[in-house]
Design a protein around this ligand. Structure first.
Ligand SMILES: [Zn+2]
Length: 278
């Protein structure tokens, strides 16, 4: 089919004609994540070829190094419609409303692992699709196959992780190992008003004057706990963007937290860093 719509992120297009159908005017508002249930991408994609026995297909096949366009986005692929009978999909028009992303496995049963690089590629693709179709980037709109029909798919893929990584790319992060604020291509995150991004790490203060650690909330108006001098090291469990700074959150005794600005931010983009992350 010519004129197929694919993400600009694709590395190639599979030339075979795959199972597909019209979307019948249904708006795209979901992304469904799958695993191949095989470590062989070619075996997986060959089952989607039109006329085959499987009656399945997907829009994309993702591997550690590739994003392969299979069924154009303007068509529905046959990826989450259920197997019929008692297997009723948990949402209306599952195939018509969604884009299906398949991921090759790095190991077989029972773990059905998927390489982290594949997850990163899928996260980039999810961010791109959400942007282009104005789909909210959250767990209500980005689903694992088993959240739609009765299946063990997507195997070892943690869809929460996919969404969290995708947010980094959605908001402008470029680093291939997102989640490390302060490194090149600092990952952005959701706007501060919607909360903290979970991440465990260590921060070492390098700015000569030190940084003020606060209690209560991530604000320069919050009560002062201490000034962390240059060379101080603290552990943190989350970060956020608030008030023009990138803040990290330090778990303290009694379930309380300390809040430390680690550099300036413009919206949800870091401008500089007052220390090193590990
Ligand atoms: Zn699936």
């Amino acid at each position: 089919m010519s004129g197929e719509v694919f993400s600009k992120l694709i590395t190639s297009v599979n030339p075979k004609i795959m199972n597909s159908a019209s979307r019948y005017g249904v708006k795209i508002d979901r992304i469904v994540i799958h695993h191949n249930a095989t470590t062989n991408k070619t075996v997986a994609m060959n089952t989607w070829v039109k006329g085959g026995r499987a009656n399945t297909s997907a829009h994309y096949e993702v591997t550690p190094t590739e994003i392969i366009g299979c069924v154009g986005e303007q068509y529905s692929a046959w990826h989450c419609g259920g197997s019929g009978g008692s297997d009723k999909p948990k949402m209306a028009n599952p195939n018509q409303r969604s884009i299906g992303i398949e991921n090759v496995n790095s190991s077989g049963a029972p773990k059905w692992s998927v390489d982290h690089r594949t997850i990163v590629n899928t996260a980039k693709l999810v961010a791109d699709i959400c942007k282009r179709y104005s789909i909210p980037l959250d767990r209500q709109h980005v689903l694992g196959h088993k959240e739609v029909t009765s299946t063990a798919c997507p195997g070892g893929i943690n869809v929460d992780e996919v969404v969290q990584l995708a947010k980094c790319y959605y908001y402008g992060g470029t680093h291939d190992e997102p989640g490390i604020p302060g490194k090149a291509g600092i990952p952005a995150a959701k706007p501060a008003s919607t909360g903290w991004i979970k991440q465990n790490g260590t921060f070492t203060v390098t700015t000569p004057g030190g940084i003020k650690l606060r209690s209560g909330s991530a604000s320069t108006k919050s009560p002062l706990i201490a000034v962390l001098k240059k060379g101080s090291v603290i552990k943190y469990d989350a970060f956020c963007y608030a008030g023009g700074y990138v803040w990290i959150r330090q778990p303290r005794s009694g379930g309380k937290y300390g809040y430390l600005p680690t550099g300036e931010a413009s919206g949800n983009k870091r401008k500089n860093s007052w220390g090193n992350f590990k």
